[in-house]
Design a protein around this ligand. Structure first.
Ligand SMILES: *Cc1c(COP(=O)(O)O)cnc(C)c1O
Length: 815
């Protein structure tokens, strides 16, 4: 692409040209939607050129490639990100201005593709950006869900889920690659026999063929021609056309198979740290894995004529266990389609696959019934059985005669396939996503595996795309930073550290405060428009946005808000630092407690926001439909970042990093990456409270935790709980949630996540927050220290660690 396309005038011309050719209209008559589309097409031209160039280089040099498989990629909007990375954002903004448009308005035309639930999917997207920028030859693979995560509506305080179609305006970023269409086989039966040469022959009968059609999203790196490609597979049925030829019985059967095939890429499962053991989900997983591997293997063979050197040229990275079937599927391709022996196939497979674990929560660890795997992918189940047998023989060498332990560690046991055990057996690397989480894996969750394979275990602490979350989402802050330390941090995020030299610069601290205020104002306007609530600009913007889950403890925040309300009711004239509590989160549709918690937030918001005694001292706001584009507005406006999960449960968190980078101060437990944030900023620049992991785990294991005793002895908690039992004046009954805290339920202990236990230390930490806020200069200093020390949480750093310690590929990143 000629460089001059990036000038303002060239861009204006290019946009006008796209409008003419695609919509047959002039700039003056174009709708905003058409302007967006034209801009996207112009930017896409630059991207596709880079993508072809990147692919040519991979082809030419044959460097090791990274294939990143994940059931979710929460990519966010593309136009601004790509324009920024290609270095054309300023010129594009200026060009649009001359055409009579605000860039921000045009960005809003783009749908926010919801191809993920939360942190896991967003992490995968941040890593695409990191791979592109640091020069890794990376491809992401996922499913092109027609419906991503549901659109959340709140009606009468309750979550309602609506389907979200993102494809119309997201289409422009996806380039179909029909020539790479693959066929995946689901169901049916198999016959295996040996031919006259003693070679195993596998015959497939009655299966449902599903076509996997790829669409490629090119993802730009910053200031580089390197492109990371995100390949999204769409499921299509090949049996549509001949249906009228079938006799009626076959017609129905064909129709059924047709529908089944196309359902596979219909919808994303709206679950997060919780699994839905449904057969469609398993089909989706196998569809992703099989299409991806067939694709990689076919290209590899075309180039090298053999798969014997596969492991030298490829890494298959699985983001959580959802794509674990890569292991048996690669075995199948190597043995059945390429005549390899078991031993050779196993060597190649187990040297190609690397696995990232994302959770230690039992309800999230994936298990599938053998019968279901057998039914949907019979050959794969055969291979898993064989992997399991050999694995158990291996275990016997380490734990002779310990039948119980071997059965506990087995891949297949009691009619269940344990995906994490399969992933551990079949990969050369297993990593956690924060220092604490990786230690928990080694010391507790996978303790026995760690004693057998200590060298397989590593840590790579999560990171975020700092250009998206800081430079693009908070341009004013980025400009201030760049006025002091230059632009080097865009590629070398550790340079943010230089900001720490400006702690005494009063003018800078004041500017920092002013920028936060500007960003708060933008959020306040959004809240006014969408919630009809006027928030106090002098209040602390205290934010908890993340998926709704009991372990994340939105409940602890709510209990504390109710206690503040009581305090103010008792003494309306008291000297109180005003607060605006902001929530945003989706609940899995089948997760009743989470949905009821959303309703609870609305009930207390109604009570508090409309109480004249409270006025503008306290407001509670729930922002509907939390998603990436909203996060990009919320993070820059936040002053307090709520990271209050019970210690030992949040693997890392990445929301915590986004807030920190935007100058919010964290109130948090010593959980996940909070531990490393605390280490980076120092205890004096963060509000840490609550039990630490050993204490929380010991108390839970002892069975001696009795929240009723806390209720009886702590009058503040008693009053809060009594209020919840009594209700908040809107007729909604919350005794169910109160009972879960005080008495337990659903087979679980009372207050499983120990909100009552941590309540008082949380309340004390919140008081310190209030006191600190009275001294703006100190507050801004702390905020500066958070920004200055956030560079280590950039995705570029994480990706470079993966590249160096796991993938063994080179990057241009300097640690
Ligand atoms: C970053 C992000 C998350 C993850 O937030 P956590 O606080 O780490 O759970 C979830 N959803 C969206 C939209 C995000 O941008």
């Amino acid at each position: 692409m000629p460089k001059n396309l990036y000038t303002k005038n060239a861009l204006k011309e290019a946009i006008a040209g796209k409008l003419q050719r695609h919509f047959a209209c002039e700039v003056a008559d174009a709708t905003k939607d058409q302007i967006y589309e034209a801009c996207a097409l112009v930017v896409r031209d630059a991207l596709t050129e880079h993508m072809i160039q990147t692919q040519n280089e991979v082809e030419k040099y044959g460097e090791r490639q990274v294939h990143y498989l994940c059931m979710e990629f929460l990519v966010g909007r593309s136009l601004r990100n790509n324009a920024y990375n290609l270095g054309m954002l300023d010129e594009l903004t200026a060009a649009l201005k001359e055409m009579g448009y605000e860039m921000a308005d045009i960005f809003e035309q783009e749908a926010d593709p919801g191809l993920g639930n939360g942190g896991l999917g967003r992490l995968a997207a941040c890593y695409m950006d990191g791979m592109a920028t640091t020069g890794v030859r990376g491809t992401g693979y996922s499913i092109r869900y027609e419906h991503g995560i549901f659109k959340q509506k709140i009606e009468d305080g309750q979550q309602v889920e609506l389907p979200d179609s993102w494809l119309a305006s997201g289409d422009v970023w996806q380039i179909p690659a029909m020539d790479d269409t693959r066929e995946v086989r689901i169901g049916g039966t198999i016959d295996t026999h040996f031919d006259e040469n003693g070679k195993l022959v596998v015959e497939y009968h009655d299966y449902t063929p599903v076509l996997a059609v790829p669409y490629d999203m090119p993802i730009s790196g910053y200031d580089t021609g390197n492109i990371a490609r995100l390949r999204l597979w769409e499921a299509k049925s090949p049996i549509a056309l001949d249906m009228k030829l079938f006799s009626s019985g076959e017609y129905l059967k064909a129709l059924e198979k047709h529908a089944m095939a196309e359902t596979i890429s219909m919808v994303l499962y709206p679950e997060d740290n919780h699994r839905e053991g449904q057969s469609l989900r398993l089909k989706q997983q196998y569809f992703l894995v099989s299409a991806t591997l067939q694709d990689i293997c076919a290209k590899h063979k075309a180039k090298y004529g053999t798969l014997a050197n596969f492991a030298h040229k490829h890494v298959l990275h699985i983001n959580d266990t959802h794509p674990t079937l890569v292991i048996p599927e690669l075995m199948r391709i190597l043995m059945d389609d390429n005549d390899m022996s078991w031993e050779n196939a196993w060597n190649i497979t187990s040297q190609s696959v690397a696995y990232t674990n994302h959770t230690v929560m039992p309800e999230a660890l994936e298990c599938w019934p053998v019968s279901l795997v057998q039914e949907l992918m019979p050959r794969i189940m055969q291979i898993i059985h064989e992997i399991n047998e050999r694995f158990c023989r291996d275990l016997w060498n380490y734990f002779p005669n310990d039948f119980q332990k071997i059965s506990r560690l087995a891949i297949v046991s009691d009619g269940i396939v344990r995906m994490a055990h399969l992933a551990i057996a079949g990969s050369f690397s297993i990593n956690g996503v924060s220092a604490l989480h990786s230690d928990i894996l080694k010391e507790r969750v996978f303790k026995d595996f760690y004693t057998i394979y200590p060298a397989k275990f590593r840590n790579v602490t999560n990171g975020i795309a700092h250009r998206r979350w800081l430079c693009e989402a908070n341009p004013k802050l980025a400009a201030l930073i760049e006025s002091k330390i230059g632009k080097g941090y865009r590629k070398h995020p550790s340079e943010l550290q230089v900001l720490a030299n400006y702690g005494e610069d009063k003018a800078l601290l004041a500017q920092l405060g002013q920028i936060k205020r500007d960003n708060k104002l933008r959020l306040a306007e959004y809240i006014k428009e969408h919630n009809g609530i006027e928030v106090n600009m002098d209040s602390i913007f205290d934010v908890q946005v993340k998926r709704l889950h009991e372990y994340k403890r939105q409940m602890l925040n709510i209990l504390h808000i109710i206690s503040l309300y009581h305090k103010l009711k008792d003494n309306p004239g008291m000297d109180f630092v005003p607060r605006t509590f902001v929530f945003g989160s989706k609940a899995a549709p089948g997760y009743a407690v989470a949905k009821k918690t959303i309703q609870l937030i609305h009930s207390i918001a109604n009570m508090i926001n409309n109480d004249p005694d409270i006025g503008d001292k306290l407001k509670v706001v729930f922002i509907e439909d939390y998603k990436v584009s909203l996060a990009e507005m919320i993070m820059p406006a936040a002053e307090i970042s709520e990271q209050i999960s019970i210690a030992g449960k949040e693997a890392s968190g990445t929301g915590n990093m986004k807030f920190m980078m935007n100058g919010a101060l964290t109130i948090g437990t010593m959980d996940g990456a909070n531990v490393e944030i605390c280490e980076a900023v120092g205890r004096e620049n963060i509000f840490i409270f609550g039990m630490e992991t050993p204490e929380a785990e010991a108390l839970a294991a002892s069975g001696n935790y009795e929240p009723m005793l806390i209720y009886q002895n702590d009058p503040v908690i008693k009053r809060v709980m009594d209020h919840m039992i009594h209700g908040f004046g809107d007729g909604v009954d919350y005794t169910d949630l109160a009972n879960l805290l005080l008495h337990g339920g659903n087979g679980g202990p009372a207050d499983r996540y120990m909100s009552l236990k941590d309540f008082s230390s949380y309340a004390v930490a919140q008081e310190r927050v209030g006191e600190m806020y009275r001294r703006p200069e100190n507050w801004n200093y702390m905020s500066l220290m958070n920004i200055a020390n956030s560079g280590r949480f950039a995705a570029d750093r994480s990706v470079a660690e993966y590249a160096q310690n796991i993938w063994r590929v080179k990057t241009n990143f300097a640690f």
